[in-house]
Design a protein around this ligand. Structure first.
Ligand SMILES: [Zn+2]
Length: 383
């Protein structure tokens, strides 16, 4: 069946304006496995949209040849609200102007609503439970009555993703190596293949699943939350959802987009969503490490920010990753405050280079294997 392109209108927020989502569907509606891929929920993060730009013609061709066994739903730019945030020749796109929400927070945890609808019917048969839970989750979303544009976007997008077997949310960082955020329960069975196929240089897992309501977090955590609520019932991890961070914001090129698309395509073949041979799994670049082992460097004061360690490099505990320089201090090197790594690991993310730092600003992230006492109890991501 040829692919279908459709649009979902969002409610107009001001007279004379209106935005819509564009959704592409490949394969057979309702066929399994189902994959859902979206990019640019942080609307200024376009490397993932570039990967989908290159993936779509490949899927059109696969569809034409009848190779798509399941169903693939793609939303290349999932946040038209953020896409419109042009301010003084800058494109923003990370926070909603109206309510100041981070666009990748406050997605719906449906476990309570699903429990109310079908909790008593859940039994020992995993396949029956999966079908009941998916139906109830979709019904819960269908019963929601969002009013504004962003609320509607969240509900409509979750209607596309919540019954998927695989749901990938494509992001990027300011300056970063390709990395993944996953749930502990998905490593290694599901996530290892994705990490290897796409060439992730770091994979960080939430244990057991993300507490904060990111898009991939709510899609993934629905299942373990229900499994914890109904320990006697057979509730499998029916959705593998991950946040893929496609390097840096400026890493938008045909070379990278095409390579990333080929890797995603191979992953979809490996998962049985597209027929064909995936071939040998590429070598895994890095083992998964816990979010509790992720060191986050914060600026201790304001000043000029300059990095000493390169993105993607291995750093040692105690090593200087960057400096914050007081521009009013005449003492040269003594005007520089060093910000040190507090673990051994991969410096997978840096924030803007050569710019202003301010107190509390996130400067870098390091994926380390050891749990860190100073990270205990902190959320997995900082805005
Ligand atoms: Zn993002």
């Amino acid at each position: 069946m040829p692919y279908v392109k459709r649009t979902i209108a969002l409610p107009s927020m001001t007279p004379g304006t209106g935005r819509r989502l564009v959704v592409h569907t490949f394969g057979k509606s309702g066929a399994r496995p189902k994959a859902y891929l979206q990019a640019a929920i942080h609307a200024n993060e376009l490397p993932g949209a570039m990967a989908l730009h290159h993936l779509m013609p490949m899927l059109v061709e696969a569809d034409r040849r009848g190779r798509i066994r399941g169903e693939i739903v793609l939303v290349p730019t999932v946040n038209p609200i953020g896409l419109s945030q042009l301010v003084g020749n800058n494109h923003l796109g990370r926070y909603d102007f109206l309510g100041r929400d981070n666009f990748n927070r406050n997605w719906h945890d449906l476990s309570g609503a699903v429990a109310e609808r079908v909790g008593r019917q859940l039994g020992r048969n995993p396949a029956d439970n999966v079908a009941r839970i998916r139906k109830a989750a979709l019904a819960s979303l269908g019963a929601m009555r969002p009013t504004n544009e962003l609320q509607t976007l969240r509900v409509e997008v979750m209607k596309l993703s919540i019954d998927a077997d695989v749901a990938l949310d494509l992001h990027c960082d300011n300056e970063a190596a390709l990395h993944l955020f996953i749930s502990r329960q998905d490593w290694p069975v599901l996530a290892r293949g994705l990490a290897a196929d796409i060439g992730a240089e770091a994979t960080l897992y939430n244990d057991p699943y993300p507490e904060i309501s990111t898009f991939s977090g709510v899609n993934s955590a629905l299942w373990p939350r229900l499994a914890a609520r109904y320990p006697q019932a057979g509730i499998p991890q029916a959705c593998f959802s991950a946040t893929v961070e496609y390097r840096s914001q400026h890493d938008v090129s045909h070379e990278l987009g095409e390579a990333d698309a080929r890797n995603l395509y191979r992953f979809l073949v490996r998962r049985g969503i597209i027929s064909g041979r995936a071939g040998k799994l590429p070598r895994l670049k890095a083992q998964a490490t816990p979010i509790g082992g992720m060191d986050v460097g914060y600026a201790p004061k304001t000043g000029i920010l300059v990095y000493r360690a390169a993105t993607g490099s291995r750093v040692r505990k105690g090593e200087s990753v960057c400096e914050v320089i007081d521009p009013s201090d005449v003492r040269g090197p003594r005007a520089r405050t060093q910000v040190l790594a507090r673990t051994d690991g991969i410096l997978f993310s840096r924030k803007v280079n050569g710019r202003l730092a301010w107190p509390g600003m996130v400067l870098f992230r390091i994926a380390g294997a050891k749990l860190l006492a100073h990270r205990k109890g902190l959320s997995s991501l900082d805005d």
